[in-house]
Each structure stands twice: as structure tokens, then as C-alpha cells.
Write a new protein. Structure first.
Length: 310
């Protein structure tokens, strides 16, 4: 089993080779590759900006240098993260556009030997006055179902991610409510129905512990419902006031409960961190501190691996 970290955690002033060398030197054996590709689906003028609109050969050429740096440093790509969001209120065609670019991304995952692609899905914004929740549910089904033929051909699993919605902001912090895949029962049903449609287990959940914590879901009840459907992890911490992506034990999440719940459901995947909040401050203070913090995160991963997988 790999101990992994998101690819954007290092000092962005370093060369690609230096960034991934730093990750490997810290002890990590794998990365979660953040593949935005220039996508910008937050505004209506999204066309023509994303590399995944291009033929696969052009995508391969675009990422050739970074892929070379990853492989040169002996790192496995345990999962990749698709650009998001997959919907813009009032523009359902954005979802069809994302189906198109996600299809190419799945093909790229097959090419690089990446077994899992994390996709946020169609997010429901609290200030969305155009759509009803049922519309969002349908768009999510449409999004994931449309990817099945490409997934089966490429043998790549898609993991939806539990999300939150920012409800409103107070003078002190943000207030959050559940987003797509935050309801464990509905999410388990959606994953099961999609796998039944595919005739094969090709859908799962990427459990984001920060997102689970920020909407105050209790791991002891949330994780058991999803059980074996949890195929990947985004381990990060926060204080319930912002999605900070802190290193573990920097916030107030109940990590004992999280580890026990994952152990009880038999989670056997990789231990992957999706962190960044601490490192932004570290980089601005002294980039020399990044490697020690990465090393500490890796050692934390080893301990969590023992707690979760024995």
C-alpha cells in the first residue's frame, strides 16, 4: 500500500523534477495528480481553455515533462483529480462539456497507468435559484452514467467525492451545509446503481475527511454506511470554519474515530493526503521548512496505515 500526497503541495518555485524529488525524499511512494489542464468552468466562456478538449496525443505531449519527473523520482500515480466544477447554474451544457473532457482524462489515466480518477460531480450552490435538488441529482446521474463506456474500455475507476456547500459567511467564519455525496445513504445507493448499470464495480467514493468534518458528519455513522465503496482518501483536517486542508491533527477532527471506522469497514486502499493550508504559510515564511513538514506528514501516514490496515 502506498503513502501518497497531492501533487500541488511542494514549492511551486522549484522545477518539476525538484518538486517531485522533494516528495520522494520525504518518503512518499505515490502522488495524487491534480490535473486541471487549464479548465475554467466557473464562467460561461469555458470552451477552448482546457487541454482535455484536445486529442489524446496532444494531452500526452502537454503533460510529458511532468509525467517524466514523476516517474524519474519513482512515484506511482495512485489517483488523479479532475477539474471542477462540473456544472454552472443555468448552463446544463457545462455538464455535457465536462463529460467530454472527463472522457479524455479517463483515457489519459489509462495511458499513465493511474487506476482511479476523482471527480467532484455536479455541485449544488446554495444561491442557485435556477435548479431544484432533483435537477442536480439528475445531472449527477447523467454525468457519471455517460462516462461508463469510456471507463469500461479504459479500466479506470471513477471516485465521486463527498462535498459541502458554503451557505453563508458570518463575521467570524463560514457556515456549511451538505453538498453532493455528503448523504451516505443516498451516495451508497447512487454508487450501487451506477455499478449495476455498468455491470462491474467501476464507481466508488473518495472520502474527503475535511469535507466530512466541515458539515459535522460523524465518522462512526458516516463511514460504515459507505463501507467497501470507499476506494480512495483525501485525508486533511480543519476547524469546521473553513476548508483549510490542514495536515492531520492541526484541526479538531476526531482522528481516532476516523481510523477505527475505516479499519472496521476493511479499507485497504492507499493512504493519501490532500493538504495545502499549512504549506501555504510555510512557503511564505521559509521554503526550507517544506521538506521537514512533508517528512512529518509521511511518518503520520505510516502510523495511520497501521491504525487503519493493521
Amino acid at each position: 500500500m502506498h503513502i501518497s500526497v497531492n501533487s500541488g503541495v511542494c514549492n511551486q518555485d522549484l522545477s518539476l523534477d525538484e518538486r517531485y524529488a522533494q516528495i520522494a525524499k520525504a518518503g512518499f511512494t505515490a502522488v495524487d495528480w491534480m490535473l486541471g489542464g487549464g479548465a475554467n468552468t466557473r464562467t460561461p466562456d469555458y470552451e477552448g481553455k482546457c487541454i482535455f478538449e484536445k486529442p489524446l496525443e496532444e494531452v500526452i505531449a502537454f503533460y510529458a515533462d511532468e509525467l517524466s519527473a514523476i516517474r524519474k523520482n519513482g512515484l506511482f500515480i495512485t489517483q488523479a483529480h479532475a477539474p471542477q466544477p462540473a456544472y454552472l447554474a443555468g448552463y446544463p451544457e457545462v455538464t455535457d462539456y465536462c463529460i467530454r473532457i472527463y472522457g479524455r482524462l479517463i483515457e489519459f489515466c489509462e495511458y499513465i497507468g493511474c487506476p482511479r480518477l476523482v471527480i467532484h460531480g455536479v455541485d449544488y450552490k446554495f444561491d442557485n435559484t435556477v435548479d431544484k435538488p432533483a435537477d442536480i441529482d439528475w445531472l449527477n446521474w447523467h454525468l457519471f452514467e455517460s462516462l461508463i463506456p469510456t471507463m469500461l474500455r479504459c479500466n479506470v475507476m471513477v471516485c465521486m467525492e463527498n462535498l459541502y456547500v458554503r451557505k453563508y459567511r458570518t463575521s467570524n467564519d463560514d457556515v456549511f451545509i451538505e453538498g453532493p455525496a455528503a448523504d451516505p445513504t443516498a451516495t451508497a445507493q447512487l454508487i450501487d446503481e451506477l455499478n449495476e448499470k455498468a455491470g462491474k464495480e467501476i464507481f466508488g467514493l473518495c472520502l474527503d475527511t475535511g469535507h466530512m468534518h466541515i458539515v459535522r458528519k460523524d465518522a462512526r455513522t458516516y463511514i460504515p454506511i459507505l463501507g467497501k465503496r470507499i476506494k480512495a482518501l483525501h485525508l486533511n483536517d480543519n476547524n469546521c470554519s473553513s476548508d483549510d486542508h490542514l495536515v492531520l491533527l492541526s484541526g479538531n477532527a476526531e482522528w481516532g474515530s476516523i481510523c477505527k471506522a475505516l479499519r472496521d469497514v476493511g479499507y485497504s486502499g492507499d493512504i493519501n493526503f490532500e493538504i495545502g493550508g499549512n504549506f501555504t504559510k510555510i512557503r511564505s515564511f521559509s521554503p526550507e521548512l517544506i521538506l521537514p513538514w512533508l517528512e512529518l506528514t509521511y511518518k503520520t501516514g505510516l502510523i495511520f496505515q497501521k491504525l487503519i490496515q493493521g
